[in-house]
Design a protein around this ligand. Structure first.
Ligand code: ADP
Ligand code: MG
Length: 191
């Protein structure tokens, strides 16, 4: 199947998750996130959830991190749509607004700290589905592929998905950067 076909199928599958069912799955994903080894993680990148797309809500994990790993810097991004790139900043409970595409973003203040992608140790990556080699289907704009290209080689790339990896191989393109691991409601997988 092509990437576009898979995108359409898995977008629909995710949108079909009912709130009560999704809440149960979210609790399992949160357990998986809490089990991450953060001993060598100083800068941890998270996405802020796009609610209308039924994305996994990262806020409970963000608040858990704040409480249990206060030394970890939580990093979030702002999209530059013209270039298809992201700028990264330390999250510090700043107010969040939806940009014109409905993607939540912090409001950059004079004291908001910019983060170089090379400083990031672990990235939580949203996706629709991946295969058993960690090849990922994102939303089709390549934002994370560009982002990962500028990161250090040993950055931990952790996907979050409601769905187990597909048996069928995903047709990866030359710019695609595979995941190192995946957290789903049924457990964590290393590729
Ligand atoms: P996604 O990863 O979001 O599912 P794709 O892998 O299909 O989407 O990539 C979408 C577009 O992004 C492609 O047309 C590709 O040309 C562009 N792209 C991805 N990574 C890069 C990169 N590192 N440099 C330039 N363009 C890129
Ligand atoms: Mg890609």
């Amino acid at each position: 199947m092509t990437k576009d076909t898979l995108r359409t199928i898995y977008k629909a599958k995710r949108m079909a998750l009912m709130p009560e069912e999704k809440q149960l799955l979210d609790d399992e994903i949160l357990n998986g996130l809490k089990s991450l080894d953060l001993s060598s993680v100083s800068y941890l990148h998270v996405y802020l959830p796009i609610v209308k797309w039924n994305e996994y809500d990262t806020y409970p994990f963000i608040y858990w991190l704040r409480q249990h790993h206060p030394a970890v810097h939580i990093v979030v991004s702002i999209s530059e749509f013209e270039k298809g790139t992201l700028q990264h900043y330390v999250w510090n409970k700043e107010s969040v607004v939806a940009n014109v595409w409905g993607i939540p973003e912090i409001i950059v203040q004079p004291d908001t700290v910019h983060v170089d992608p090379q400083a990031i140790d672990l990235i939580l990556i949203p996706l629709l589905v991946c295969d058993r080699d960690g090849n990922r289907i994102g939303y089709g704009k390549g934002f994370y592929d560009r982002f990962l290209q500028g990161c250090k080689t040993d950055v931990q790339k952790v996907g979050i998905s409601y769905f187990d990896p597909m048996e069928e191989q995903i047709p990866a393109d030359r710019w695609d950067v595979p995941l190192d691991s995946l957290i789903t409601p049924t457990g964590s997988i290393r590729f």
